[in-house]
Ligand binder design. Structure first.
Ligand code: PAF
Length: 283
């Protein structure tokens, strides 16, 4: 697997692949790769002939006081993992390749509604940073298909809306969350947790499953279910930010008649903010 750091080099390689008739698949990441990311590459190989991944810790999607500086940067290990998975090309640009000079302030992509609730409300500017960098990466790579984990369910919804609204013509595939045996969703931020905190964090997926099962058994009192889940998370030592039953398409609060649902949760354990979700169909 070749690694390139410049947009120009990347474009030259992809152009040659496209001329050779190859279908290009793309997995954007911020590195510190785990099995969830590698699954995206493997799923991409079923849909594309030439897989490109990017590792770029994007400063514009971190708010003041968030973990941009301490976000784990593990490029060598990431290269090894991607190479072992059969990824063909890695784009690992420095910040000034993606945002030369003051260009980060020249243009922003904002996805309304779906990008404004939940994490969009609690992390102001976060999805603008994500949408803008993904737009740039899409324009640089020009993939036929791009893959994102369902672990970041709202991010996936934002990217789907943006891709449609801005006519990118890229197939967006959401891939199921990969979990530890304990049920904890794999995340680069799990590395911030102690062994004890990791054990406590398994309550998140347990509450998601318990709430889904209650809804499927006919309990449509979403507010009570949400309050009970928030209380259980708080008892386990979390500061819950939201635990909310939503429509899976718009991420608006679900009504009793809605059938395609997602439960979204964000909670902090100390300084570590974890998110997870479960999507399902109910009668
Ligand atoms: O999910 C991520 O790792 C990032 O938000 C993404 C999509 C690579 C944009 O920086």
């Amino acid at each position: 697997m070749q690694t390139v750091n410049s947009i120009q080099e990347l474009r030259a390689i992809i152009k040659a692949q496209r001329i050779a008739g190859k279908r290009i698949g793309f997995v954007p990441t911020m590195g510190n790769l785990h099995e969830g990311h590698i699954t995206l590459v493997r799923e991409g190989q079923k849909k594309a002939d030439f897989m490109v991944s990017s590792v770029f810790v994007n400063p514009t999607q971190f708010g003041a006081g968030e973990d941009f500086d301490k976000y784990p940067r593990t490029l060598k290990e990431d290269q090894e993992k991607l190479s072992a998975a059969g990824c063909n090309l890695l784009f690992a640009p420095p910040v000034d390749e993606m945002y030369p000079g003051d260009q980060a302030s020249w243009a922003t992509v904002h996805v309304t509604k779906v990008g404004e609730r939940h994490c969009g409300a609690s992390r102001p500017g976060h999805f603008d940073g994500v949408s803008t960098v993904v737009t740039k990466l899409f324009n640089i790579v020009q993939p036929d298909v791009a893959l994102f984990g369902k672990k970041d369910f709202q991010q996936l919804a934002v990217i789907r809306r943006m891709t449609t609204a801005l006519c990118f013509g890229i197939e967006i595939i959401g891939v199921n969350t990969v979990r530890e045996a304990s049920g904890l969703a794999m995340s680069s931020r799990n590395g911030y947790l102690s062994a004890e905190e990791k054990q406590k964090a398994t309550i998140i997926y347990q509450m998601l499953c318990r709430t889904r099962d209650a809804i499927r058994s006919g309990d449509k009192n979403f507010t009570t279910l949400e309050q009970s889940a928030n209380a259980t998370l708080a008892q386990a030592g979390f500061q819950p930010e939201y635990f909310t039953v939503c429509r899976a398409d718009t991420l608006e609060p679900a009504g009793a008649g809605d059938k395609n649902l997602v439960i979204l949760v964000a909670a902090k354990m100390g300084k570590t903010r974890l998110i997870d979700n479960i999507d399902f169909v109910t009668a």
